[in-house]
Every structure is written in C-alpha cells, then in structure tokens.
Write a protein that binds this ligand. Structure first.
Ligand SMILES: Nc1ncnc2c1ncn2[C@@H]1O[C@H](COP(=O)(O)OP(=O)(O)O)[C@@H](O)[C@H]1O
Ligand SMILES: [Mg+2]
Length: 267
C-alpha cells in the first residue's frame, strides 16, 4: 500500500507545484487523479517515483518511507512503477524486444524467462504482432503501448499511468481503456488524466487536483456530482453523469453498463 503524506513540492524557480497532498492507494483498485493542465499531476507522479524529492512530507510504501539512494529506488521500482505521458521519454532501444527486456537484463534474469515475460507483456497490450518492428516506425499509440509493456515486465504491484490516452484517437483511446481494465486485474493503478469520460469509466476512487492542492476525493459518483469543485478545477462532467442529471435516468457506472441496458430495453 502506497501513501503520500502531507507532501509539498516547490520547483527551483519558486513554483509551488504541490501543497499538502495526501493520497492512499488502499482507497481503490483504479485510482484517478484528475486536474487541468498545470494542476500538478505529473509533479505528483515524479514525487511518488522518487525522481523528485518533496520539500516537506513523505511517501511510504507498506509503511516504509521512501529513501533517495539509487539502490533503494531500484528495488522500489519493482513495486511501484510509472509510464510517462510521452513514450519517447521511456523508449531507448531501436528494437522493441530489447527495449522491453532492458530492465530484466539489468536484473540478471535468464534469456529464456525474459522471452516469456516480454511475450506476456506484449500480449497484455495487444502488441505481440509489433515485436519485430523498429521502434521509429511505430505510431504514437503503438509507442504508448510498448512503453506500458516495458513497465509491465517488472510486475510491480502499483502502476502509475500519466495521461495514458493523451494524443490518442478515439479508437486507440478505447483500446487503451481495455488494456488498462485488463492490467487492473493484477495490480493497483493510478491514472492521471483530464479525460473525464475515461476516468469515470475505469476508476473507482478519485482525487481532484487543482493548482497543486487536492480539493476533493471520493467514489466517482460523489466526486462527479460536485459542480462547484469541478468548476473550480476547470473540469467538466462525464457524459454519463450529464445524461443522468438531465434526464433523471439511472447513473450508469460505465459505457458498457449503459449500452447493455439500452439493448435489453429494445429487446
Ligand atoms: N521543471 C519545472 N520547473 C518549474 N516549474 C515547473 C516544472 N515542471 C512543471 N512546472 C510547473 O508546475 C506546475 C505543475 O505542473 P505539472 O505537474 O506538469 O502539471 P500537470 O501534469 O497537471 O499538467 C505548473 O505550474 C508547471 O508550470
Ligand atoms: Mg502532466
């Protein structure tokens, strides 16, 4: 279980990016951090990963405070890992297999097991057919999936996804949603996004981040009924919530539930 405790972070130029952040992963299985551009989502993730060091407060994993030495952080990454928003920040090799195998080779895992794990990770992101392609021929969405596979092979128990659908077209967004749903059966996921439909669809617990502070948290049905706070955070409501409020219909949990209800009614 990961906790962020009264965390403050200020950049060198004086920007106070995070103010008194508290977060607890035991609250949900898929946790959403929602906030407009510049609200502090990426800064929070970089603090959780130990890439940035808070000015005040702490990160604890299973009640043990994060330590900022290389050896500790290397071990920590086996438990808590992150996929960056921009896949180019994460992909280093020109060959997909080598890129995904990189961290396992560093750990001295045998080539037989590496092959098995890489194939498994590629299958989880629906990209096994890409394995022989040079990375520079991949589309942006394909790169995002390969970057996820590169982190999945580490089999961490918590995975942070920073804006996993930004820059994706609607079809790839849907595909990414399915991939995240699949991955979430085996680990806790924290997703940052300003795509409210995505967050409503796949998260069960949500934090609203506005100008570096958490202004609300809770189950998704509750958080998305708070007009004033959503406005304050410059966020809009998911379409399923808007339909529910306008037509006084059931508040469906996700698109799938809505669609299967419609089908039953027509039959
Ligand atoms: N390297 C940096 N130096 C100074 N300020 C930064 C830096 N990176 C981000 N910021 C500022 O910190 C705030 C939070 O940014 P960020 O965490 O990137 O937000 P988000 O990911 O929600 O878009 C913003 O005001 C941004 O301008
Ligand atoms: Mg960001």
């Amino acid at each position: 279980m990961l906790k962020v405790n009264n965390l403050y972070y200020k950049y060198e130029d004086g920007t106070e990016a995070l103010n008194n952040i508290n977060l607890d992963t035991s609250k949900g299985k898929v946790i959403g951090i929602i906030g407009a551009n510049g609200s502090g989502k990426s800064t929070l993730f970089l603090n959780i990963m130990g890439i940035l060091k808070p000015n005040k407060g702490s990160i604890t994993y299973n009640d043990i405070p994060l330590k900022y030495n290389k050896a500790y952080l290397r071990e920590y990454k086996k438990q808590v890992n992150m996929v960056f928003q921009n896949p180019d920040q994460q992909l280093f090799y020109s060959n997909i297999f080598d890129d995904i195998a990189f961290s396992l080779r560093n750990m001295g895992v045998s080539e037989d097991i590496i092959r098995e794990k890489v194939v498994n990770a590629l299958m989880q992101v629906d990209a096994l057919d890409l394995v022989d392609k040079p990375i520079h021929f991949l589309s942006y969405g394909q790169k995002k999936r390969i970057a996820i596979a590169g982190v999945l092979v580490m089999e961490s128990s918590i995975l942070l996804l920073d804006e996993p659908t930004s820059g994706l077209d609607p079809y790839m967004t849907k595909q990414m949603k399915e991939i995240i749903n699949k991955i979430s059966s085996s680990k806790t996921i924290i997703i940052s996004s300003h795509d409210m439909d995505l967050i409503y669809d796949i998260c069960d617990y949500i934090y609203i981040l506005s100008k570096g502070s958490i202004i609300d948290e809770g189950e998704k049905q509750k958080v998305f009924s708070e007009d004033k706070l959503l406005n304050e955070a410059s966020l809009t409501k998911p379409w399923l919530v808007r339909i529910h409020e306008k037509f006084n219909t059931i508040l469906f949990k996700n698109e799938e539930e809505f669609l299967s209800y419609e089908e039953r009614k027509i039959l």
